[in-house]
Design a binder for this molecule. Sequence first.
Ligand SMILES: Nc1ncnc2c1ncn2[C@@H]1O[C@H](COP(=O)(O)OP(=O)(O)OP(=O)(O)O)[C@@H](O)[C@H]1O
Length: 369
Amino acid sequence: MTQPIIALHHVTKRYGDATILKNIDLTLEPGKFYTLLGPSGCGKTTILRTIAGFTDATDGDVLFAGDRINDVPANKRNVNTVFQDYALFPHMTVAENVAFGLTLKKRPKPEIAERVAQALKLVQLADYGDREISALSGGQQQRIAIARAIVMEPQVLLLDEPLSALDAKLRRQMQYELRDLQQRLGITFLFVTHDQEEALAMSDEIFVMSQGEVLQSGSPVDIYDEPINHFVADFIGESNILPGKMIADFQVAFGGHQFECADAGIPVNEAVEIVIRPEDLTLTDPANAKLTVTIDTQLFRGDYYEIAATDSLGNDWLIHSVNPAEDGESVGITFRPQDLHVMRFGEKEAEFDARLETYETEDESHDEP
Ligand SMILES: Nc1ncnc2c1ncn2[C@@H]1O[C@H](COP(=O)(O)OP(=O)(O)OP(=O)(O)O)[C@@H](O)[C@H]1O
């Protein structure tokens, strides 16, 4: 593995009796786009502040390129932050704002001018240097805040909900721009959001947080397809989460029937939860179906119908279908074994990874001649 640019080892943060971060371990590799995702108050900003040096960890180590930096002051860390409210100086021009950090460092004037011009070009506002901050739109102010951070040439850029003040359309555009900028700069971004769509769209790797803990980390696809528990499944994307029981390896029961699934290593008869994404369900004739449900209601969402239904045991189902159904109609649903994902109650990420390893390795050994 590449030497991490940032690592947190067993980082805990307490304010009085309240434990805000609980034994956080995370590593960031150079040049990747990472996201801290979780509901309000789960500790995302506190992690950024700990890395930036604005907050001290109560316990644990903060490493930069392998060196412990707990005692290094914020202005000596090769890390810059873009804040949620941009924190631009309203009485300065755009160029003066972007130049601020370099001026503080007493860099020569021609160097400052060149680096400011370069940073403004990178955020596509090359001609805006003389503008007043108040004469910029929200999206432009956002880009200036980013220019002011990247002009310092940090190895790590921390972004605290930088898109939250923008309207939906501009927000989408800025998602593309930020991703593109990260790839062009080739530096590490650690982005904070509570918006799961934004996290899925932009990140190489996501850390899903709840109540001061990282519950799961992985690529957007891994986290979407194999959420570790109810919280993650529910927080990321739309899902059907049903109570079930493990019958055997690769066999699970729910909704009154047994089904083939892609999960193993769980004791027989253990109570589990099953996740199926609404887009993995297909409406079909009840005669060919795996389960029959009754349609309660449906909403037209433009490119699909979002259908709410109930099975014979009273479980609620959400189905995305390109075809509409009739309210009150009894319809069949089908799904593939690989679209079921079984979750154990209370399983931690390390246990989940270890379990997956056992049967994924077994699978490979079955493949050998
Ligand atoms: N200086 C402080 N003193 C006491 N408690 C604090 C302090 N700073 C943060 N907290 C508490 O720590 C918890 C985590 O806050 P943090 O800002 O890290 O959450 P967050 O996930 O970034 O939330 P949001 O998405 O709302 O910004 C909150 O309950 C907050 O009230």
